[in-house]
Design a protein around this ligand. Sequence first.
Ligand SMILES: Cc1ncc(COP(=O)(O)O)c(C=O)c1O
Length: 460
Amino acid sequence: MDRTSRHGSEGPLTNAGLVRRDLAAVWHPCTQMKDHETLPMIPIRSARGVWLEDYDGKRYLDAISSWWVNLFGHANPKINAALAEQAAALEHVILAGFTHEPVVRLSERLLSLAPPGLSRCFYADSGSAAVEIAIKMSFHYWRNRGLDKRKFITLTNSYHGETLGALAVGNVALYKETYGPLLMETISVPSPDCYEREPGESWAAHTRRRFDAMASALERHAHETCAVIVEPLVQCAGNMRMYDPVYLSLLREACTRHGVHLIADEIAVGFGRTGTLFACEQAGITPDFLCLSKGLTGGYLPLSVVLTNDDVYDAFYDDYGKLTAFLHSHSYTGNALGCTAALATLDIFATEPVIERNRALAQRMRGAVAGLEDHPHVAEIRQHGMILAIEMVKSRAGRVPFPWQERRGLRVYTHALAAGVLLRPIGNVVYFMPPYVIGEDDIALMARTAITGIELASRD
Ligand SMILES: Cc1ncc(COP(=O)(O)O)c(C=O)c1O
């Protein structure tokens, strides 16, 4: 490893030196930069498997898959090899008027794996861009079909990204509020979030009951609504709140009956996160638009894709007549290296029993935090497959939350960093979303660190 700076004058790279330069030049995402007057910035030199390593040689277990993208570990030898070979042949080419083998093969493979009926892949470079594409395509579909529909139905507590269209169909105030004046209006329906179920009520019963609000919104607004957009099974950025697959079955049926599209945003939950390759499989449904990103490239490169069906595709196919084409374009659309990383990722799914193995890992994660079940500051431990969340509260009785200003989650974060684990609670929700190559000892360390972190953070 070359430990000297490329500029020469700064000497060997160290944590302290790099952080100083970083804070003078870089503006970080999702960050109040002033926090870094006290909060450490961690410069990562290298990573392998579930472990990140900084310039002082300290290691951190990546329990959140680096913002939920990594599936098969950092520096995965199979993905590395595929990328090196592709880089030597073709790194990128414009996708308008041109094509390449990786994008063709990836499209064929995604369509063969996705819920039945999806027949076309449209590419972009981030999750938010995929959501923009799905909402534009849906609006444009109805317009090409001669209908003036403009509305979207969304769930409370949902998150679909941070570009303006994606923010508009999301509902987390922290990200949305400031930009309210710039956003289109949407119809918001209460989330099926099972944290809000009555004591003793099953997930399925609560989820079913919560569907009533969606059913009546569709009754009232179907004539003006392009699509309903949901995060299947887990509202990840919305405090990892979860619901039962029955919601998706009811929603699919109602959308079809009312002539409204269904957009499934599986950007965070796709590729095995919830226990099936796609979360929609658990309800046996096919959405009109399936948005994928994050795990698509195994966590290597920015790539996203929207899968849709022949009915949508045909609504744009014309000789410059009534049907206008879908012109949405990004420079890096269908990037050949991104597609290659995605193909190598799908190869791992094809050759290893990933979903089966994850079932065992998911059980082990649950067992490792079983000691928190009756903890006075834990209201709930919930899980869908490889996503496990622990809701910290001020008091378990009545589920009284900690005031957000107390930033208890941040205490867990700093404790975990000191212990060599990257946990990044959302508010007061501590969660695990590790790469699928996590070992038994690593699960034990991750859980131990979360438990001691919660102990410390919930003290007065
Ligand atoms: C469900 C969901 N949709 C969309 C996005 C936005 O993806 P990106 O951050 O790649 O724009 C995210 C990101 O966390 C997400 O969780």
